[in-house]
Design a protein around this ligand. Structure first.
Ligand code: ADP
Ligand code: MG
Length: 392
C-alpha cells in the first residue's frame, strides 16, 4: 500500500490483505483518523484545553474473531510479520503490535472480552511524525472489537469511554505516558469541525472550522526530524508541571490564570518552572480565544494565536528544534497567517494556515529552506477537518 499522498486509499486492500494473511474474510473493517492539534499543546495532562482536528489520513483495521484465545496481528507496514500473542498481559510485547494488543487487553479488562482475534492494519499516516498513528491504530482496532463484542460506540458517551480504554492501552501496554487528546480526536472529531477538548472533564465541543468555505487551507509539514529522547523529555515536562501545581497548592495548572502569573506565589517558582507554567497558562487562554474567533467566523485571525503558541513552545516550554523553527519562519515569510509546531515536540510536524491558493508557494519556500540547510525532503499534506472513527 502507498501513502495517501500517492493518491490511493487503503479501504479495499485491507480486506484483501486480511484474506491473504489469515485465509478468510474479516468480520468487520473500521477506519480511525490521525489528528493534528490546531492549538493547545502540552495542556491535556495539565487538565487544560486543546483543539485538534481529525485528518483525512486514516488507519484501517480489518478484524475477525477466532475460537481460541490467541491474538494475531499483522500490518501492511510490516510485510511478512505476524505477531502471535497467546495471552494479553500489559507490557508483554515490545513491538508495534502492543498498540493493537493493548486496546484488546483494555477492552477485556473492562468486561468486553472478544476472545481470540485476527487483526490486519493498514495506514495512510506516517509513523512517529506526531500525527498520532498510534492512536489511530488503537482506535481502529478498538472500534472494530467494540462492534464484535456488541458494544455500540455510536453514542458520544460510549466513545468517551473507549477513549479512556485506548489511553490505558497506550499508558500501560506501550508505556507512553500520554494524555487523552490523541484518542479523543480520533474517536470524537466530526467533519468540518475542530474539537475543543476540556481534558479535566473530557467534555468536547464541536467548533465550526470550515476551511474550504473561507478559501483557506491547513498545510501540515512533516519535518522528518530524527527525534530522540522524546519520551523522557515529555515525562520531564509533565513532572515539572505536576510539581509546580503541588507547590502552588492547586490540583493542576488548569487552575492557574493569566492574572495569577504576576502574583508573588507564582513569581516565587524557580525560573525554569515559571516558564513551563507560563506556557501552559497562556496556551490554555490562546485555545479559548481561538475558539471564540472561530465561532465568530474570523478564521484568518486565529493565525497570530498559532504563531504565539509556537513562540511559547519554543521559548518557554523548549520543545522545538532548529529545523522546526526554520519551517515555521519559512511558512510565515511566504505569507501564512500563522504557523506552529504541533504534537509533543522535538521534531514532528508544523502546521501553517494560509489562503488555499498560496499553499504551493509555501511549499516551495519551505523546500528551499530545507535544501539550503541539508534538511532533506519534508512531507506535505494539505488537510481539512475530517470525521472520527467509523465502520467502513
Ligand atoms: P505517532 O503516534 O506520532 O505516529 P508514536 O511513536 O506514538 O508516533 O507511534 C508510532 C508507533 O505506532 C510506530 O512506531 C509503531 O510501533 C506503531 N504503529 C503506528 N501505525 C502502525 C501501523 N500501520 N503498523 C504497525 N505499527 C504501527
Ligand atoms: Mg502517538
Amino acid at each position: 500500500m502507498v501513502n495517501a499522498l500517492g493518491g490511493f486509499t487503503v479501504d479495499d486492500s485491507a480486506v484483501a490483505d486480511f484474506r491473504s494473511v489469515f485465509g478468510r474474510a474479516p468480520e468487520t473493517v473500521w477506519a480511525a483518523p490521525g489528528r493534528v492539534n490546531v492549538i493547545g499543546e502540552h495542556t491535556d495532562y495539565n487538565d487544560g484545553f486543546s483543539l485538534p482536528i481529525a485528518l483525512p489520513l486514516r488507519t484501517i483495521a480489518a478484524v475477525g474473531r477466532r475460537d481460541d484465545n490467541v491474538l494475531r496481528v499483522a500490518s501492511a507496514q510490516r510485510p511478512g510479520e505476524i505477531v502471535t500473542l497467546p495471552d494479553l498481559v500489559p507490557g508483554k510485547t515490545e513491538s508495534w503490535a502492543s498498540y493493537a494488543a493493548g486496546i484488546v487487553w483494555a477492552l477485556r479488562e473492562a468486561g468486553r472480552d472478544a476472545g481470540g482475534l485476527d487483526v490486519f492494519v493498514d495506514s495512510e499516516l506516517p509513523e512517529g511524525a506526531g500525527l498520532s498513528s498510534s492512536a489511530a491504530l488503537e482506535c481502529a482496532v478498538g472500534g472494530a472489537v467494540a462492534e464484535l463484542v456488541g458494544w455500540n460506540i455510536e453514542p458520544d458517551l460510549a466513545r468517551a469511554e473507549l477513549v479512556r480504554l485506548a489511553q490505558r492501552a497506550e499508558n500501560e501496554d506501550v508505556r507512553a505516558p500520554t494524555g487523552i487528546m490523541d484518542q479523543t480526536a480520533s474517536l470524537r472529531c466530526t467533519d468540518g469541525h475542530a474539537l475543543l477538548l476540556d481534558a479535566r472533564t473530557a467534555a468536547v465541543t464541536q467548533v465550526p472550522f470550515d476551511l474550504r468555505a473561507d478559501g483557506l487551507a491547513l498545510l501540515v509539514v512533516d519535518s522528518k526530524t530524527p527525534h530522540e529522547h522524546v519520551h523522557s523529555e515529555y515525562a520531564a515536562r509533565r513532572r515539572t508541571c505536576e510539581e509546580a501545581a503541588a507547590t502552588l497548592g492547586v490540583p493542576s495548572l488548569r487552575d492557574v490564570s493569566e492574572e495569577d502569573l504576576d502574583t508573588p506565589a507564582v513569581r516565587a517558582l524557580d525560573e525554569l518552572s515559571y516558564r513551563r507554567v507560563r506556557h501552559v497558562v497562556t496556551e490554555n487562554a490562546r485555545v479559548l480565544r481561538t475558539v471564540d474567533l472561530l465561532e465568530d467566523g474570523r478564521v484568518r485571525e486565529i493565525g497570530p494565536m498559532l504563531t504565539a503558541s509556537h513562540a511559547s513552545l519554543r521559548d518557554d516550554y523548549e520543545v522545538s528544534v532548529p529545523r522546526i523553527d526554520a519551517t515555521v519562519d519559512a511558512a510565515l515569510d511566504a505569507g501564512a497567517y500563522g504557523a506552529r509546531i504541533t504534537g509533543g515536540g522535538f521534531g514532528g510536524c508544523v502546521i501553517a494556515l494560509a489562503d488555499a491558493d498560496t499553499i504551493e508557494q509555501l511549499q516551495a519556500a519551505i523546500q528551499r529552506t530545507y535544501a539550503a540547510r541539508d534538511y532533506g525532503q519534508p512531507g506535505f499534506f494539505t488537510v481539512a477537518p475530517s470525521a472520527g472513527a467509523h465502520r467502513l
